[in-house]
Design a protein around this ligand. Structure first.
Ligand SMILES: N[C@@H](CCC(=O)N[C@@H](CS)C(=O)NCC(=O)O)C(=O)O
Length: 285
């Protein structure tokens, strides 16, 4: 194994802002706003401040699914937060999410505006608000929430652990890649075994648990994140692949992936979304 023992931690850690690596320009060891910047507010009750990363896409998929079901109250304005430029550290954004991460939501339909941050909390808030995509049967609801929280706890090993060390770290460290590859393959196997005898994560109903998990683990097997499908032998997780393909075909999922997207095919990038017609008229093509 590679010798990675050359670093001896000092008595007290000091921030080296020149540490390199992708995102080094926005990472810092403190919280709070770095600059004054109000957030825009559009015409709809729901105001989303986001970017089409897997965490952002969870919410736009749910909003598009709610609209497809006929919940007109789920109309929303989606504003672009460019995290690479540090928009998440503006004072307006920090007042919606003190954790400075997308996605963040303001609901102006409540007596006083309600802020919601953390993608899992946003999914649950919207599912309860519209009474949709969260099973009514207590046992199924509990199963749905178990998988929703599984995702919130598991994805950091995929993104912050595996994705960071496999794709983004300035040097490839065998120990770290091995550690997180093992964990991500274990997570894929958890999903694969579960999906071998369940159509969706919570059983026979498509729910917010699928909408939370698909943008991460579906993207992994579709090779849309980290270019790691071959490395992970993603094709061997046949039940995850079956579920991934099935969800990928949904119109609301195709739409949800486009919102606040700033990379990939121009026709799939809808930088801001303020109206359903924007999908036809306001993409980058
Ligand atoms: N647990 C959070 C994670 C959100 C998150 O990590 N967002 C990333 C993009 S996927 C972000 O905004 N990063 C900006 C930063 O770290 O400064 C959630 O699920 O909402």
């Amino acid at each position: 194994m590679t010798d990675t023992s050359i670093y001896t931690p000092p008595g007290v850690w000091k921030w080296d802002s020149e540490s390199g690596g992708k995102f080094a320009n926005i990472n810092r060891p403190t919280a709070g706003a770095t600059h004054d910047k109000e957030l825009p507010v559009g015409k709809h009750p729901l105001q989303l401040y986001s970017l089409a990363t897997p965490n952002g896409v969870k919410v736009t998929i749910l909003l598009e699914e709610l609209l497809a079901l006929g919940h007109s109250g789920a109309e929303y304005d989606a504003w672009l937060i460019r995290i690479g430029d540090g928009d998440q550290f503006g004072s307006g954004f920090v007042s919606v999410n003190p954790n400075s991460k997308i996605p963040a939501l303001m609901d102006h339909s409540t007596p006083t505006p309600t802020r919601v941050f953390e993608s899992g909390a946003i999914l649950l808030y919207l599912a309860e608000k519209f009474d949709a995509f969260l099973p009514k049967d207590p046992a199924k609801r509990t199963e749905c929430l178990s998988w929703l929280f599984w995702q919130m706890g598991s994805a950091p090993y995929l993104g912050g652990g595996f994705g960071h060390f496999y794709a983004y770290a300035p040097t490839k460290i065998e120990y770290c890649i091995n550690r997180f590859t093992m964990e991500v393959k274990r997570e894929l196997d958890v999903l694969d075994q579960h999906l071998s005898n369940h159509q969706y994560m919570a059983g026979d109903e498509y729910t917010i648990a699928d909408m939370a998990i698909w943008p991460w683990y579906g993207a992994l097997v579709l090779n849309r994140v980290y270019d790691a499908a071959e490395f992970l032998e993603a094709h061997t997780y046949t039940h995850v692949n079956r579920w991934t393909q099935e969800i990928a075909k949904r119109k609301a999922v195709i739409r949800g992936r486009m919102v606040n997207r700033v990379s990939g095919e121009p026709e799939e990038q809808l930088h801001e979304r303020h109206d359903a017609s924007d999908f036809e008229t306001k993409t980058q093509v």
